[in-house]
Each structure stands twice: as C-alpha cells, then as structure tokens.
Design a protein around this ligand. Structure first.
Ligand SMILES: *Cc1c(COP(=O)(O)O)cnc(C)c1O
Length: 390
C-alpha cells in the first residue's frame, strides 16, 4: 500500500484543497519541485552550460530511469517538451504515400487527428476511424476487417482524454503487425497511473507527457522509438542533437531515439521529469494503479448515486479518469462552482475528442481524476459538493 501520510507530506497543496485534476496537470511532489528550482538557481550562478555539465551523469541516467518506467531500452527513449511533440515527431517519421491508410480510434485526441489530417493532405494517405464496441473499446473485429497491407500505421489511444476506458493494446498490436502496420500508442493518460510495459505491449512507438499522472513539470514529454521500428522511420526535424555534420555535404544521423530530440531543452524541467519518474518507480506502478483505481471507483459509485448526475465513462476496464455530467449545468459551470469550494476538476469539450463526443451527443463532460495522494475523505467532500450543485 502507498503510504498516504508520506505522499501527502510531499504534496502540501493536496492537504489544502481537493485536487482532482491529475489527468490535466497534476501537483508535482516536493522532490520534483526541488530539482527544478535548484537547477534554475544553479544556472543563475554559473550559467546554463556549466550547470548542465555538472548534472551530465544525472541527465544521462535519466534515459535508464524512463526506460525502467516504460520497460524498454534506454536507447529507445527520447525526451521532448510534450506528448504532442513526441507524437508529431513519431508520425512525421512514418513514410506515407498516396493510397496508404492510417487507422485511428473513435477516441482519437484532437492534436493527433489534426496532424493526421494535415498529413493526409500532403501525402494522399487516408485517415479512417475504427468503430468502437458498444462498451467503448476499439472493436477488434472491425479492426481485423479494416486491416490490409495498405495500412501503414495504427494510432491507438490507450486511455482517452474524456473517459475512463482503457483500450486493449496487445490485441491491436498483434493484428496490426500481421499486415506490417506500425502501432503508435498515445499513452499520455496511462503513463504514471498504470503500469505501461512497452516490451510486453509490443507497440512500435509511444508518446507520453510529464505533467499529468507522472507529476512532472509542464513542458516535458517522452517518446519511445523501439529498435523494431527505428529502421522503418525517417525523423524529419533533426538538428545537431540528432545528427553530426561530417563534411560540407554530409551528416550522420544518430541511430538511437535521440535522433528525435533537439539540442536545446529546459535542463531544469528534464531533471524534474526524471525525478518524477523515479518517484513513481519508488512507489511502484502497481501500487499507484491500485490506489488510483480505488479512488476512481469510489468517485464513480458516489456520483452514480446522485440524482441528476450521470457518469459518462465507457470501458469494461477503467482507469483513474472519471467523466460525468450534471443535468442542467454545463461542465465549465460545474468546474467553476467546485473551484469556489476549493475542489479542482476540469472540463473536456467536443473538440478534444470529436468523434466520440459527437457520437454520444455530448458537448462537454466534467473530468475528475484522483491521484493516489487524494485522501478518501476528500473524495467524500467532493461528492457532497457535487450533490449540492443540482
Ligand atoms: C493531454 C493529452 C495529450 C496531449 O498531451 P500534451 O502533453 O498536452 O501534448 C495527448 N493525448 C491524450 C489522450 C491526452 O489526454
């Protein structure tokens, strides 16, 4: 079990208010904040280059820490500045041509969808959503029927931004690999709350962010480019980090995932992200998933009992993200009224997950995402506050 007293001591703000937005931007624990601040101060003392030089070993070890978190090899890790940056770098590297097909799920995230639509304009490839099961997950039967050798990429969202469902991954990967398609997993909402094992899942590419369930600083992200996929990809935005300029007319591209990084980055934030990953590993992802799961289950159960409140989560397997609506109140109104009671939730709108929200006739949902540092009694105060909204 997670030591609730200890994690709450590391998260002072979690004692002052009911924080239910780890799916948006979580509260970083003190050790993460300290890493960031200490490095910013050091940069002010000796300049950014020397300050980074002093932390070179820690920065290098960061690749192993993230590799341990995601169960892949350190050479397969690239640090970026957001999940979207990771995702864009990955998709840009997939060779696509006229007639190629890209499959997405109905819970595709807006930033991914927009990038794919632009990719389709440029290349003549088609973007096709795979229907979901009535339970919400991607339909594996539909996927099987749609897959053929023209499918070059399957974009799978592990946990969508607007509901609690957890999509199956291994089954999608096996099916996609049978026709030679790559699988890119958007693990933005799963990394940090659920164990995510790249090797076991078999995905080719994975994107994740720092600020959500991992509790890292904003402006941080990670991309996994597996060795099995690397040879089939061509990274597009490469600078002197990803390659060496060898002669006036030639350069050598790095062979590891750092080909996808740029030279400049916020060292302080990266140190914070590495600390956040270490913090999660120390607690144990299984224990985190259990604690988050218990809290989310109580939120769902409590909300379901309230008149006028509808839990909007889909999925037979569910995560720590709970979506709901209150009859007669738009999601932003619910969010703002709870904010006035020192409770932080957020709202998710149609445009973030257009296909799914449109299909379900929803214009917005309230999202409550309790991390392990939320005390059970705080969940009861949240439920009491929601019961008074109607
Ligand atoms: C938040 C989110 C993203 C984008 O993450 P950024 O770090 O903001 O780029 C991508 N996919 C899903 C499912 C998300 O919830």
């Amino acid at each position: 079990m997670i030591d609730l007293t200890a994690v709450r001591l590391d998260t002072p703000a979690a004692r002052r208010h009911v924080f239910l937005d780890s799916a948006g931007s979580s509260l970083p624990p003190n050790p993460v904040v300290e890493q960031v601040l200490a490095h910013v101060r050091r940069e002010a003392e000796v300049g950014g280059y020397l300050a980074a030089q002093e932390r070179l070993d820690d920065l290098e070890r960061g690749y192993s820490v993230l590799a341990r978190l995601l169960d892949c090899r350190p050479e397969e890790i690239a640090f970026t500045d957001s999940a979207t940056r990771s995702w864009l770098a990955a998709v840009d590297a997939v060779p696509l041509a006229e007639g190629d097909r890209v499959l997405v799920t109905e819970v595709e995230y807006a930033a991914n969808a927009i990038a794919l639509l632009r990719k389709a304009e440029e290349t003549g490839a088609s973007i096709e959503p795979v229907p979901s099961e009535p339970s919400g997950e991607i339909s594996l039967d539909a996927l099987d029927r749609m897959l053929d050798e023209r499918v070059k990429l399957v974009s799978l969202v592990h946990v969508p931004t607007n509901s609690g469902l957890v999509n199956p991954v291994r089954e999608v990967v096996d099916a996609a690999h049978r026709v030679g398609a790559l699988v890119l997993l958007d693990a933005c909402q799963s990394v940090g709350q659920l164990p995510v094992h790249v090797a076991e899942l078999g995905v080719d590419l994975l994107s994740a962010t720092g600020r959500k369930w991992l509790r890292g600083p904003r402006g941080t992200g990670v991309l996994v480019v597996t060795a099995q996929a690397a040879g089939r990809l061509r990274p597009r935005l490469v600078d002197l980090r990803g390659a060496v300029w060898e002669t006036p007319t030639s350069y050598t591209l790095r062979e590891d995932a750092r080909a996808y990084e740029l030279w400049e980055y916020s060292v302080a934030d990266r140190l914070g992200l590495i600390e956040a990953a270490r913090y999660a590993l120390d607690l144990g992802l299984d224990k985190i998933a259990e604690a988050v799961g218990e809290r989310a289950a109580r939120v769902r159960e409590g909300l379901a009992e309230l008149p006028g409140v509808r839990v909007r989560d889909l999925g037979t397997r569910r995560s720590g993200l709970v979506s709901f609506t209150v009859d007669g109140l738009a999601a932003p109104e619910v969010r703002d009224r709870l904010r006035a009671a020192d409770i932080t939730v957020t709202a998710s709108f149609t445009a973030s997950t257009l296909l799914d929200m449109t299909k379900r006739g929803l214009s917005s949902v309230v999202r409550a995402s309790p991390h392990y540092f939320v005390a059970p009694e705080q969940i009861e105060s949240f439920l009491a506050a929601v019961s008074k909204l109607g």
